[in-house]
Design a protein around this ligand. Structure first.
Ligand SMILES: [Zn+2]
Length: 389
């Protein structure tokens, strides 16, 4: 019972099928403990045809035949047999096919026509290769990127939540001012480079921690949260310095726990009911966690490398922590701790216009480097000789 309930929590409740003819949301059935989709519903967006002959089901997609046997967790395609995590079944006179077939096998076997996006539970049907060749987009002259991307930039804290006051920032300036300064510069730079940008805040206002990731919905590729670090009182308080970049996961060290606790503390200022760790618990149980973590870690690595290159303090590397603000974004998401407001050099750098501009440029460089890699990966997976991830 517990196992079944946990499986249910892992599975998307619907999949989106996007084609050049339009898109359709298909509910995912879970009555046997394995996610399945009704073949008849797939027929509408995908043009799939089904013929049943006793227990044998012949499914034709894109003029290719997939042979299933009802009750058997295998299918045949092009003379080879492939395993499935669940078996096709018939309920209410309808053939249900495992979601696993649609999400994993179809994009792998027909890579030039279908792509599965695990973050969105979305299957994209691509135009036929001839049409693609005719309409290959030209790269952006500044970045070399070919596709449209939307970045959500999240300047930490704001309004009644000042963030950390630090010791070494200019008089009257707190973390929320630094993050807003860098965030606006970063947004402007990304727009200059041809990217779409959404700022979670552009003024000194407080956005609920739980609402920030909601800015990163369907039209969002990346979520970048900007913060300023601080050391608690003690021997190391003014010595520790430098930049570090986090992606979401369980904290491994005391230092990582401290930073996560400090940033999650903004919940004090919000009325939302997310303080029970809801979003974090949700994402950590997610089927797509591995994919999401891998991409976030890579984004963090690229951004950290660029920012460390312009920062006067130490390169503190990529870190992991259970950040609420990242957990619910459901996209590659990072949190940049841009320096310590308790260290003299870092504080002066963060408080200066040139320091903020250098950090913003470097984060933009890291984001573009990540997106270029991402586009190359997609192109490789979709090419004739390519392979699925
Ligand atoms: Zn912060």
């Amino acid at each position: 019972m517990m196992v079944l309930m946990m499986l249910a929590a892992l599975l998307p409740q619907q999949v989106l099928i996007a084609t050049s003819r339009g898109q359709a949301s298909i509910p995912v059935a879970n009555e046997t403990g394995t996610a399945a989709v009704a073949a008849v519903l797939l027929a509408q967006p995908l043009g799939l045809t089904v013929s049943l002959d006793g227990a044998a089901a012949h499914v034709t997609l894109n003029n290719r035949v997939f042979d299933f046997d009802v009750g058997s967790p295998f299918f045949r395609f092009d003379g080879a047999a492939y395993p499935l995590v669940g078996a096709p079944y018939i309920a209410r006179d309808t053939l249900f096919l495992p979601l696993h077939w649609l999400a994993d096998h179809v994009p792998r076997l027909l890579p030039d026509r279908y792509r599965w996006n695990p973050w969105l539970a979305r299957l994209d049907e691509r135009p036929s290769p001839a049409a693609t060749a005719a309409a290959a987009p030209t790269p952006n002259p500044i970045t070399g990127l070919r596709l449209a991307h939307t970045i959500v930039v999240d300047p930490g804290h704001g309004g009644i939540d000042p963030g950390n006051p630090g010791l070494t920032l200019p008089r009257g300036v707190t973390e929320k001012d630094i993050t807003l300064g860098i965030g606006k510069l970063l947004g402007a730079e990304l727009v200059r480079r041809g990217l779409n940008v959404v700022l979670t805040r552009a003024t000194d206002t407080l956005i609920d921690l739980a609402s920030r990731p909601l800015f990163c919905r369907a039209d969002c590729d990346l979520f970048v949260s900007i913060h300023v670090n601080a050391m608690p009182a003690g021997r190391r308080q003014t010595q520790v310095n430098g930049v570090e970049t986090y992606f979401v996961s369980d904290a491994k060290t005391e230092d990582q726990k401290r930073v996560a606790q400090m940033e999650n503390d903004a919940l004090r200022f919000s009325n939302s009911a997310a303080a029970d760790g809801g979003p974090l618990g949700f994402i950590l149980n997610d089927l797509q966690l591995n994919e999401y973590l891998r991409e976030s870690a890579r984004l963090a690595e690229l951004v950290q490398g660029k920012v460390a290159g312009v920062h006067p303090g130490e390169d503190r590397g990529v870190q992991q922590g259970p950040f609420l603000v990242l957990a619910a974004a459901r996209r590659p998401s990072i949190l940049v701790e841009t320096g310590f407001a308790t260290n003299r050099n870092d504080g002066a750098f963060l408080g200066s216009a040139s320091g903020q501009r250098k950090i913003a440029m470097a984060i933009a460089d890291g984001i573009v480097a990540y997106l270029l890699e991402f586009e190359r990966k997609i192109a490789g997976a979709g090419g004739a000789g390519g392979h699925a991830r």
